[in-house]
Design a protein around this ligand. Sequence first.
Ligand code: SF4
Ligand code: SF4
Length: 434
Amino acid sequence: MCKRLKKDVFKIMPIISLKQQKNDTLSKEIKALPPPKTAYVPLCSSRRENLVATVSVGDTVTPFVTLSQPESGKGSPVNSPFFGKVISIKKFVIPAVGKLPCAEIEVKNTAEQHPDRETAKPEDFSKEEIMDACMRAGIVDELDGRRLWEKLAEASRSGLAAVAVDAVEDDLYSSAGLCVLMNYGGEVAKGLILAGIAANLAERFIAVYSDKSWDEKINESYGGLPVRRFEGKYPQNHKLRKDLDAKGGGIAIGPQAARALYRAVTQNEMQTHTIVTVAGDCVLRSGNYLVPVGMPVGELLYHAGASEQAQLILAGGYIRGIPVTQDTPVYQGLTAVIAVREADKKASVPCIGCGSCASVCPVGLMPNYILEQLAGGHYSMVGGDAIGCIGCGLCTLVCPSKIYVSAGVAKVKKEILELNKFHMEERSDVYGKR
Ligand code: SF4
Ligand code: SF4
């Protein structure tokens, strides 16, 4: 194992100044989309999850009915966002996860929103009540695609001190997290308090990426919890880790996950929708959309007025995103779909050894070397280094051969984490992607 890991000496240098492209989407209200005619609802959130389908082809489903549940009986189910009929169970590729079984549903309608009930204060709920509601609601944390209850249970066992809402969206267009904070800051803060109670984390705060174009729209605090602002060159999201370490260690959760926790505990609401930024130079009606899980990305782009000139659709952001097709279903945890005119970024030529990826890597890795070893199956040679990757995507951005360098490094990191299960895994839970 790489000694650098144990010493934790990775130094992160923010690299490039990005002119943020969030003004347009942040100036609009979140728009709820109508249900698709046909939806493809993923029946689990990762390949590690052992969920079994509880519906069969021909079954009628109603909103919040269980579509799949953990084999062991412990864990989160997947709940239907729709009234409709199950047509088939098909596999679809979910970015950074792989092929997952999805229930193809002929949709009749979505659930109606019910007015909020009178609620008690977060402090009135016990740890057990919060964890139970979190599990039942099937909440996935958009930061890393993990089940929220699992993260909270691990944090509780690890004796950490802090929990933060991570709304540090430093990627170019992505603004779903900021938008959720601006519109539902009170609920996000209450969800954060509930997460703190569930995992015994007394220090609680909210982190955002600061820019003069939207700074005034962000409060100094929400629900009494302070807002920490990070600013400067890209990437910025690693700074939250330092803050958490300084407070004795902790975890970060997404604004949508925090809000979903609040709504699960107080309203018994299931997480069946996600708020997604749809933007890019091919999108006419860019904005933040409330989307039912299972809607094909192509239909989401249609609602947002994406033109046919879009040559590249990225799920997850412009810099960190992964190419998807129009058929890819919207999955829990998806927060950005970016459609751009750029030519296909898939590798058209092999690595030319220019070293650009190494020159921009904020943690000083040699991504081209890691890819070389990956091709030869030599994980152990480079795995330790790959662990330091913060998933910023800069190596992919600058690669003249249009290679998805960051995806290769992420693959090595994931393999090594799963093989070794060492301490850094907790950190990847906070910052890494699936
Ligand atoms: S994504 Fe690429 S540039 Fe960013 S930290 Fe990882 S290897 Fe370095
Ligand atoms: S930037 Fe691309 S082509 Fe250049 S060394 Fe890195 S992987 Fe190879």
